[in-house]
Design a protein around this ligand. Structure first.
Ligand code: SF4
Length: 648
């Protein structure tokens, strides 16, 4: 039977479970990726397993999110990560080497393999025909120990690309079009697989833009075939021998098909404050802008920035705004210098930043109060920029540079003919791996002492689920709460990724500054949310910090995939309303009792009840868990379950 590329990749890595959509499948991972924001906690959890070395064929720790090092804590974290890598056998990529996803695409992503990463945009590596999935730190720590990765088997949405992009229309506009059609919830439980004649017109970095930002639909990942474009990319990266052709069989059928005619697309932009609030740029053209930021893992490739440089050649950025440009990696920075683009950008007045996440993760360049910021990034959830009530628009590099020139949001087609890019230096002269630190031989590695600085605290303990859950409703929040609402980005918490106790103070701080104090005063309890609770990043701090405050369970209309798994991995029960209208009956401060939850999980039943003290009322709640998830919850979390079942 004709198979999709997704099915082929899943089948060749299936270690157990089922490929029926929604059921758990266990996948053997070839590669594991960590970054510093989530990596410290993942490594701390890995250390508790007591192994002497990672047990996965390839593992890498990037330091790209927070490299500010404005006091000792941040550099202590990096020191910790470097020593963990040396001791346990991971590659270490130091600050300044590049953004994890871009570097991975350049140097390590491998067609036909599977990658799991403690970062939601790990999906970017799907650009070269690998299945790349983001996950929470604990899931990833267990993959480091050689265990298979558990994930709900996905549906496969085929995206047929037809035609060719017009001048000034970019890959970002393709993924914005998908978000416009399907919203931030429209990809949940699915993998987007691209096929059709339009695929060959997109190079690997354009595919990377799409696979990176496809995550904003809530998708498990996205994947492109491995073809001649992939071969050209890998040859330029001196990795031609790792290329292999991969595609869906002809006649393969998808669970659903979406058709996009590339030639009919126009420049698009996502309005504040959600990546799916997408409209044509011309609808918001003319709005005054105070900041333009080009970069982030979704749009910091050489061609992206070369176009920006070509537009700005012998021109200057509008004096009423500030423009920043971030290359995705040292290799890209090197090429920009060799091609003359770097000079064009500097002379135009752009502020050149080092190749790290920087403003995309809220580390610097927070816009001023009321300032409209146009960014080529992938997320504009409220406050992610580091500014409360921010006004962040997401667009392509072409739209961003047109806006930077004019000072108002501008459809790039209004600039006339798209300029040619400067002659590109061959990438192979810029390829240079000397900054990676490679694993030591086991005997030498064993001598390396892991550095635990004063800011590195052990992960919270996991204890078995109690027979009764009793507590108060600590907060009632609306739809699309992001992990940034739970564990915010930005400099205020930039050095607390290894310090859950300190981070707990910031939970829901932007929505309800009293939350942390109230949770402590009331002795813990429950969070109640709307649809798509926990969208956004994979950071498990969005679970660990509420757990530290005494949160026992989260009840929502629906959950984002990674966050739901993170709740389970840390022993917090994610429940959904049997009747969504019951959400309106919930009142802050109500005392709830779950007397039967433990038994319901043991018996595998589909519903439990919460009694509302003093009212005689009850709420019916869904307990839709796979058998494995139930075992993990009963054990009190994935670490406790793993230890009890002697999996490592
Ligand atoms: Fe870094 Fe932003 Fe990409 Fe996340 S989305 S990896 S913060 S550049």
């Amino acid at each position: 039977m004709a198979e999709t590329l997704t099915t082929k990749l899943l089948k060749t890595h299936q270690a157990g479970g089922s490929l029926t959509p929604g059921e758990d499948v266990q996948l053997r991972m070839d590669q594991v990726l960590l970054e510093d924001a989530t990596g410290t906690m993942a490594c701390l959890q890995f250390e508790t397993l007591g192994l002497d070395r990672v047990r996965v064929p390839f593992a890498i720790q990037y330091v790209d999110h927070n490299v500010l090092q404005i006091d000792s804590k941040n550099q202590d974290d990096h020191h910790y990560l470097q020593s963990v890598c040396a001791h346990y056998g991971l590659i270490y990529s130091p600050p300044g080497n590049g953004i994890s996803h871009y570097l991975h695409l350049e140097r390590f992503a491998h067609p036909g393999q599977l990658l799991v990463g403690a970062d939601s945009h790990t999906t970017m590596a799907g650009a070269i025909g690998m299945l790349a999935i983001g996950a929470g730190g604990l899931d990833v720590a267990l993959c480091l120990s050689g265990q298979p990765f558990n994930v709900p088997a996905p549906r496969v949405i085929g995206v047929e690309l037809r035609g060719k992009l017009s001048p000034w229309v970019q890959a970002k506009d393709i993924v914005l079009e998908i978000l416009r059609r399907r919203s931030v919830r429209g990809g949940v439980g699915s993998i987007f697989e691209f096929f059709g004649e339009g695929v060959a017109t997109l190079n690997v970095t354009q595919r990377g833009t799409i696979c990176n930002m496809i995550m904003e639909t809530g998708a498990t990942t996205g994947v492109f075939p491995s073809d001649e474009q992939t071969r050209a990319w890998m040859s330029a990266q001196h990795r031609a021998s790792q290329w292999l052709p991969l595609a869906a069989d002809s006649g393969a059928s998808y669970d659903e098909v979406e058709v996009i005619d590339l030639s009919s697309l126009e420049p698009l932009i996502a309005k504040p404050s959600s990546p799916d609030k997408v409209v044509p740029v011309r609808e918001v053209a003319g709005l005054a802008v105070g900041q333009v930021c080009v970069g982030s893992s979704v749009n910091s490739g050489y061609e992206d920035l070369a176009l920006v440089g070509a537009v700005l050649h012998e021109k200057v950025v509008n004096p009423h705004l500030v423009m920043t440009v971030t290359p995705g990696s040292r290799q890209i920075e090197d090429r920009l210098i060799r091609s003359g683009t770097y000079l064009d950008l500097v002379q135009a007045g752009a502020r050149m930043l080092e190749p790290v996440c920087g403003p995309c993760a809220g580390f610097g360049q927070a816009p001023g109060s009321g300032v409209v910021s146009v960014r080529t990034f992938n997320r504009n959830f409220p406050g992610r920029s580091g500014t409360d009530h921010d006004q962040v628009y997401l667009a392509s590099p072409a739209t961003a540079v047109a806006t930077a020139l004019r000072g108002v949001i501008t459809d790039p087609r209004d600039l006339g003919t798209e300029p040619p890019l400067p002659p590109a230096p061959a990438p192979d002269v810029s390829v240079d791996d000397k900054h990676f630190l490679y694993p030591l031989a086991p005997a030498e590695a064993a001598q390396v002492k892991v550095f635990h600085g004063p800011n590195i605290l052990p992960p919270p303990p996991q204890t078995p689920l109690t027979q009764q859950l009793v507590g108060r409703v600590l907060i009632v929040v609306g739809d699309d709460i992001s992990t940034g609402d739970l564990a915010p980005e930005g400099v205020a918490i930039f050095d607390l990724y290894s310090n859950v106790k300190a981070m707990a103070f910031f939970v829901f701080r932007r929505l309800d500054p009293q939350f942390a104090a109230r949770a402590r005063e009331w002795g813990g309890g429950f969070i109640v949310g709307g649809q798509n609770y926990g969208q956004g990043s994979s950071r498990e701090h969005a679970v660990l910090a509420p757990k530290f405050l005494g949160v026992l369970a989260v009840i929502a209309k629906s959950f984002a995939r990674i966050h739901r798994r993170n709740l389970i991995a840390q022993g917090l029960v994610p429940l959904t309303f049997a009747n969504e209208a019951d959400y309106d009956r919930v009142r802050l401060g109500d005392q709830w009792e779950f007397v039967e939850l433990h038994g319901v999980l043991e018996r595998g039943e589909g519903e439990c009840r919460a009694r509302i003290a003093g009212s005689g009322e009850e709420l019916r709640l869904r307990t839709s868990f796979t058998p494995w998830e139930r075992q993990v919850l009963l054990a009190g979390g994935l670490l406790a379950y793993t230890r009890a079942s002697e999996k490592v």
